[in-house]
Design a protein. Structure first.
Length: 185
């Protein structure tokens, strides 16, 4: 059964929406991408999607992956507490890994999704905190330099900061970093 709008005011509003849709074009770069549906989800769901993608990828790579018992980490991977951050490539060509915090986790997995590619970094928490404190690649997200609650890592996909290469880049290189991080005690 197809749905149809019967309320005249809703019909009017739908007609207006149809006339302004061209003012808000879809990003054609994502057309045909297996990840395009993620771009259409609200930001509050994108974090959960990132957690599921990373958990599924790591489980497929034979890591033991489970939920965190608290909100200070997103997953437990081989007994390590892991925070997961997902960024799709923005129209401006950047990744923005947001809401980095000083919580109880061992490392953060930052998964970047482009229409037909993916990037990944596994960054130990001490590295995140050091770079945030020194305002070196990770900066406060709210309140400028004085902001203390959250930070973000932002860079152009085609211009990744050199310091990140130690922590991954491709999925394969991030996999190697994660293997090392879960072995370290």
């Amino acid at each position: 059964m197809s749905k149809r709008i019967v309320d005249p005011d809703v019909q009017l509003l739908a007609g207006i929406a149809g006339t302004i849709i061209s003012d808000f074009p879809l990003n054609e770069d994502w057309e045909g991408s297996p990840f395009a549906w993620i771009k259409q989800r609200p930001s509050r769901q994108i974090g959960a999607i990132g957690e599921m993608l990373v958990a599924g990828w790591l489980a497929a790579k034979n890591f033991s992956v489970g939920p965190s018992p608290d909100s200070d980490a997103d997953r437990i991977v081989n007994n390590k507490r892991v925070e997961v951050k997902l960024s799709t490539r923005w129209k401006s060509g950047v990744y923005k890994f947001q809401q980095l915090r000083d919580q109880r986790y061992d490392f953060a997995v930052c998964l970047g999704i482009c229409p037909f590619d993916a990037h990944c970094w596994a960054i130990p928490k001490p590295e995140i905190l050091r770079r945030w404190k020194e305002n070196d690649g990770i900066v406060s997200q709210h309140g400028g330099q004085a902001g203390v609650d959250t930070a973000w890592l932002s860079f152009r996909v085609d211009s990744v900061p050199g310091w990140l290469s130690e922590w991954g880049g491709s999925l394969q290189s991030a996999f190697g970093v994660i293997q090392r991080l879960v072995k370290d005690s």
